[in-house]
Design a protein around this ligand. Structure first.
Ligand SMILES: [Zn+2]
Ligand SMILES: [Zn+2]
Length: 767
């Protein structure tokens, strides 16, 4: 008989780990106890040497579905002669926090069966969960993970729930979120004056949706606005009330089979839709989807689809299907298709509070389906799509935060504040990087405040004090100003990181890649070291060192930043660069400022230069007449991609580029071909085909020009969300002998900047 202290680290709290240890120990005849502490899970085990070895092995191999075991370490202890095996009380202790809160997941099949059963304690219970499923991150205030540190703290367990909680044979043994209709949170349906509507909240909400109303529903990380996606009037009304925005809406469907009607999907897409994290998955739209779902995602090649992530969402589909019992109905296609979009009026952060919902969603929603369990952490839906190399993030949030990204090495903690668009922040602890949920665009005070809350929350749950603060080179971003303020208050050093260097470093960090690489950064805009707007860059990157070895031939941005919202201005700029300024006023006669813009370009007034790839897409969209004004960043490029995709196979590239001796890529011949193209679909396809050929030739020429032939190419920047460009470039460069690295655990766009900044900071001398 020997005794051991076994320490398990990783995601081991809030995932049913202690009951799992209890079952294993009981089965093996091991005595002692298991408990949570700030470092993870601690086990005091007594038994034969063989039994303890078996216990340690099976801890890693058979861990519960939501757990992630990073390490299992054992040391000898003095035998106490325990009679059995127990789950001991958690200790907060002074041990450095090295554990992580679990992520939010969809309800498991066992819980679905229970909720759909016509009778039983949890029939139609909107807050069902167990140790294998349910909310975690969004309702947890701190570690260790215990009910008192979640927003279920105000709901004491009833006797029945307490019995299940204490029963080791029960699926809810030590499930911190256990509750039932008798003791748990309560659902209610309110009108916009705050008065409760009579009747069953789910049944009444479904009745309202059927009648064309907009219902705001409290989700895991915030409120969502929901309406019938097949009702064009309801969709139009939602767009009008939300401020006529044109961003695509996501679709909420009962299951993957229900998406076949609107979109193409393979096994990889079906699998991704059904993962427990329940992200929005972008699917290729079928012809006819836009007429069946008028106004949902007009003109775009992609349709965002998600499956129910919460019991409330599932219950709406259950209601629409006339409350079938069992789980079989969930395998068959369901007719109900709901628009489900973030309740973030005015581009401000998601609404999370009940009072806030009544106030901020007045005039948008017709009713609120909510409950009295607080959302602790605001968290948007995640968005992914399937690529040949695996899923690609477009937005990383609910379900995936606060999962750590393993780094190549350990180091002191750093804080990185990210960029301006699609902001995220990153905190490192030892060899792990914790990238926050999507914060948003820092163009309003509320989102800026959310950034500050996110920093405080992340530092709090990780219990670390950063030694350095990294931020974007642009001094005027709120993220940069907050970095300076934070560092000043604590007397910490600051590090400004160039935007495109950070894009490349972000990919290097997650791939744990060593050694020098070529970096191809393609995006909308980032401040360069020369004070100009960059965005089409070829870099040499090695750790914290980098050089710019190539760039796109810059185009003037007539009128400055405004050019980013008005593709016709970039088209005018392209015409000017082609020596065709005389055409501007007539080609863009419908634009009131056209003659003035032509003058700005000719006299080089208020026309700063930019090497941005995003603006080149804008120019092409403007020249082809696809779009003259946009309502959100990247819209012109997305429409162009949609047109190229609809055109079919890409045409052969045209003779559209020149590579100068200094590494500059000049795409004016391509712009000339586009300017004279009468057919937008063909023009969009030709633009993509030629761009792929030009970029591949450019990378190869520059790689072979110097005295070091580096064959690892790292791609970063928002342009890599363009599926045609990404796939084409990977294929072409692989053929030319390059190993291509792309973002996998984070989005390639500015949402990944904070990780790159943090990784550069960790490799900077003196850190
Ligand atoms: Zn469950
Ligand atoms: Zn109960």
């Amino acid at each position: 008989m020997i005794a051991q202290r076994i320490r398990v680290t990783g995601v081991v709290q809030g995932v049913g780990f202690r009951p799992f240890v209890w079952r294993l120990a009981t089965e093996l005849g091991v005595t002692g106890w298991v408990r949570n502490d700030a470092a993870g899970v601690e086990i005091n085990a007594e038994g034969s040497e063989e039994c303890l070895r078996g216990l340690r092995e099976r801890l890693g191999l058979e861990a519960p579905p939501l757990a992630r075991v990073d390490s299992i370490e054992a040391c000898a202890a003095a035998p106490q002669g325990h009679a059995g095996f127990t789950i001991a009380a958690s200790v907060a202790g002074n041990i450095a926090t090295a554990t992580a809160i679990g992520h939010d997941t969809n309800i498991c099949t066992d819980c679905v069966a229970e909720i759909c059963a016509p009778s039983g304690r949890r029939s139609r219970h909107a807050f069902i969960s167990c140790t294998h499923c349910g909310p975690r991150f969004t309702l947890t205030t701190g570690l260790p993970y215990d009910r008192r540190q979640t927003s279920l703290a105000p709901f004491p367990m009833c006797a029945d729930c307490a019995r299940e909680y204490a029963d080791p044979g029960n699926r809810r043994f030590h499930a911190q979120t256990i509750c039932c209709p008798a003791c748990g949170p309560q659902l209610s349906l309110l009108d916009m004056s705050g008065a409760a509507l009579a009747g069953d909240p789910i049944g009444e909400a479904w009745r309202l949706l059927k009648a064309g109303a907009i219902v705001a529903i409290k989700g895991l990380g915030g409120f969502q606005l929901v309406c019938d996606a097949r009702n064009a009037r309801a969709v139009t009304m939602l767009r009008e009330r939300k401020g006529r925005e044109e961003k695509p809406f996501a679709l909420l469907l009962a299951n993957a089979a229900s998406a076949d009607e609107f979109a193409e999907q393979g096994d990889a897409e079906r699998e991704l839709l059904a993962v427990a994290e329940r992200p929005i998955v972008l699917l290729k739209k079928r012809a006819g989807a836009d007429s069946a779902l008028a106004g949902v995602a007009p003109g775009l090649a992609w349709l965002g689809v998600m499956l129910p992530a919460t019991p409330i969402q599932l219950l709406l589909f259950h209601e629409a299907a006339a409350r079938p019992s069992g789980v079989a109905w969930l395998a068959a296609p369901q007719a109900l298709a709901l628009v489900c979009t973030s309740a973030n009026p005015g581009g401000e952060p998601l609404v999370i509070g009940n009072g806030e919902a009544l106030e901020r969603l007045a005039g948008i929603a017709d009713a609120l389906l909510l409950h009295d369990r607080d959302i602790v952490v605001r968290c948007d839906d995640s968005v992914l799509r399937v690529q040949p190399a695996g899923p690609q993030f477009i937005r990383r949030a609910r379900g995936f935060t606060p999962r750590a990204i393993k780094l190549a090495r350990s180091g002191p903690s750093v804080l990185a504040l990210g960029g301006w668009f699609k902001n995220t922040v990153c905190v490192t602890r030892a060899d792990e990087a914790f990238v926050s949920q999507h914060v948003g665009d820092l163009d309003n005070a509320a989102t800026c405040a959310f950034l500050e809350q996110t920093v405080a929350h992340l530092l709090g749950i990780l219990e670390v004090e950063p030694v350095l603060v990294a931020h974007d080179l642009h001094p005027d971003f709120h993220s940069s100003r907050f970095a300076a303020h934070f560092a000043h208050e604590r007397g910490l050093p600051l590090l400004a990181v160039q935007h495109h260097h950070a894009h490349i470093a972000s990919v290097l960090a997650e791939h744990r890649h060593h050694g020098p690489v070529r970096g191809l950064a393609l995006d909308g805009v980032g401040l360069g070291t020369d004070g100009q707007a960059w965005g089409g860059e070829l870099l040499r990157v090695e750790g914290a060192d980098w050089q710019r070895i190539g760039k796109l031939a810059p185009l003037p941005l007539p009128g400055g930043d405004r050019a980013a919202r008005e593709p016709w201005r970039m088209a005018a700029s392209a015409l000017h660069a082609l020596g065709r300024s005389g055409e501007i006023a007539t080609r863009f006669a419908s634009m009131p400022g056209a003659p003035t813009i032509a003058q700005l370009l000719v006299h080089d007034i208020n026309a700063p230069r930019s090497s941005s790839m995003g603006r080149l897409f804008d120019a092409a969209a403007g020249l082809l007449g696809v779009r003259q004004l946009v309502s959100f960043e990247g819209q012109a490029a997305m429409l162009l991609e949609g047109l190229a995709g609809a055109h079919g196979e890409l045409p052969p590239p045209c003779d559209g580029w020149q590579i100068a001796a200094d590494g500059q890529l000049d795409l004016r011949p391509l712009l000339a071909a586009i300017a004279d193209c009468a057919e937008p679909g063909y023009g969009a396809a030709l633009f993509h085909a030629t761009l792929i050929a030009a970029l591949a030739a450019w990378v190869q020429t520059v790689a072979e020009a110097g005295n070091e032939d580096i064959r690892t190419l790292v791609c970063g920047g928002g342009c890599f969300l363009n599926d045609i460009l990404s796939r084409g470039l990977i294929e072409s460069l692989s053929k030319r002998g390059f190993k291509v690295l792309m973002a996998r655990q984070l989005p390639p766009n500015d949402g990944g900047l904070s990780l790159g900044q943090a990784w550069i900071a960790m490799q900077t001398k003196g850190v």
